[in-house]
Write a protein that binds this ligand. Structure first.
Ligand code: ZN
Length: 320
C-alpha cells in the first residue's frame, strides 16, 4: 500500500467502524422493542476481575482500523475489562433479569437451569456478534480492491446464512425452553475446577470437528449443529461448561465423554478455548510469559481452520 492509498483506506475504515459502533440494534428477547445495551458476555464483576491485572486482560482485538493502523500481527491485545467481551444483545431489563441467576458468584454448575443460561448467553453473543459483523463488513466492502471483494462476499454470505437460517430457529428454541423450563431439551457436561486457570471465555462452535467440511458439503442447507463452551473463573476456582440441545446429541458424544479426571483435560480445554473462541480473555502475566514462537502457534489456531499442527504442539496457556 502506498502512503496516499493507505490514508484513504484508513479514513474509510475509521468511518465504517464508527458507523458500525453507533448503530443501534433491537433487544433479542422475543417481542421486546427496546434497544440493546452493550452487555458483557463475560461478567466484569467477579468473572473478569478474577483474571485481570491492573483491571486489564488480553483479549481479541476487534478493531480492523486499529490493526491496520498499527500494522500489528497480534490477535490479542491488552484491554480494560470494562471494554472487553461486550456485545449489543439485550435491553437493560432483559440483560439484568435473564442472567441474574448465574451472576455475582451464584453460578451452580450442577444446576440445569444455570447451564441452560450459559448456552443462551453464548448463543446470544454469537448471534449479536455476527449481526454487528455483517453490517461492519458491508460498510467496508466498497473500500476494497476488486480482487479482495470475492473473499469478503463469501464471508458475508456465510454470516447471512447463519443470521437468516440458523439463528431464528435456535433463538426461538432457546426462548421456548426459557419459558417452559423444559431442561430435558438440553444436555450438558460441566466441571468445577478448584483453581483459577486464568482464562475466561464464551463461545459456540461446531461439534463436528474434522468432519465439518464433509458434513457441510453434504448438508449445506441444513441447520448447523453447535455446542457452547463457557469458562468462568472466580478467585479460587473455574467453572467449565459444555452445553448442547438434546436433539443434536448424536453429534456431541465426544463432549459428553470428557472428564476432568482424564490426563489431557486441560490440553483439550486449552485447544477449544483458543481454537474455537472469538471471545477469550487471558490474564496478562499468563499471556506475557509465552515466547514469540508460542504466541504464533496460538494465533495459527485462532486464525485458521485447516492444516493445523497437531494439538500436542499447542502451548498450554492456562494456569494448571
Ligand atoms: Zn428487551
Amino acid at each position: 500500500m502506498n502512503g496516499e492509498n493507505k490514508m484513504e483506506i484508513m479514513h474509510g475504515l475509521g468511518n465504517a467502524e464508527k458507523a458500525a459502533n453507533q448503530r443501534e440494534y433491537k433487544c433479542i428477547f422475543p417481542e421486546c422493542n427496546s434497544k440493546s445495551i452493550r452487555s458483557h458476555s463475560q461478567q466484569k464483576k467477579s468473572q473478569l476481575e478474577a483474571i485481570a491485572e491492573n483491571s486489564e486482560v488480553f483479549t481479541k482485538n476487534q478493531s480492523i482500523y486499529q490493526a491496520v493502523k498499527t500494522e500489528t500481527q497480534e490477535l490479542l491485545s491488552r484491554k480494560n475489562i470494562g471494554e472487553a467481551s461486550r456485545f449489543k444483545g439485550y435491553c437493560n431489563t432483559h440483560d439484568t433479569n435473564i442472567f441474574s441467576p448465574i451472576e455475582n458468584g451464584s453460578l451452580d454448575i450442577d444446576n440445569p437451569e444455570h447451564n441452560f443460561l450459559l448456552l443462551l448467553r453464548s448463543f446470544s453473543y454469537e448471534y449479536s456478534n455476527k449481526r454487528e459483523m455483517r453490517d461492519m463488513l458491508s460498510n467496508i466492502r466498497p473500500l476494497l480492491p476488486t480482487e479482495r471483494k470475492k473473499h469478503f462476499e463469501d464471508c458475508i454470505d456465510e454470516i447471512d446464512k447463519f443470521l437468516e437460517l440458523d439463528s431464528p430457529y435456535y433463538l426461538s428454541k432457546l426462548f421456548e425452553i426459557y419459558e417452559s423450563k423444559d431442561w430435558a431439551s438440553i444436555k450438558y457436561n460441566s466441571f468445577l475446577i478448584d483453581k483459577n486457570i486464568g482464562i475466561s471465555s464464551t463461545t459456540c462452535f461446531s461439534p463436528l470437528g474434522e468432519q465439518y467440511s464433509e458434513w457441510m458439503s453434504e448438508n449445506y442447507n441444513e441447520l448447523q449443529p453447535f455446542i457452547s463452551l463457557s469458562v468462568i473463573p472466580s478467585k479460587q476456582s473455574t467453572a467449565i461448561s459444555f452445553v448442547w440441545f438434546s436433539e443434536i446429541d448424536r453429534y456431541c458424544q465426544e463432549f459428553s465423554r470428557i472428564s476432568d479426571k482424564q490426563n489431557d483435560f486441560f490440553r483439550l480445554i486449552n485447544m477449544y478455548v483458543f481454537g474455537e473462541s472469538e471471545d477469550v480473555c487471558v490474564k496478562p502475566s499468563l499471556w506475557e510469559r509465552l515466547t514469540k514462537e508460542e504466541k504464533k502457534i496460538i494465533y495459527q489456531y485462532m486464525g485458521e481452520r485447516d492444516s493445523l499442527p497437531s494439538s500436542y504442539s499447542m502451548p498450554i496457556v492456562l494456569s494448571v
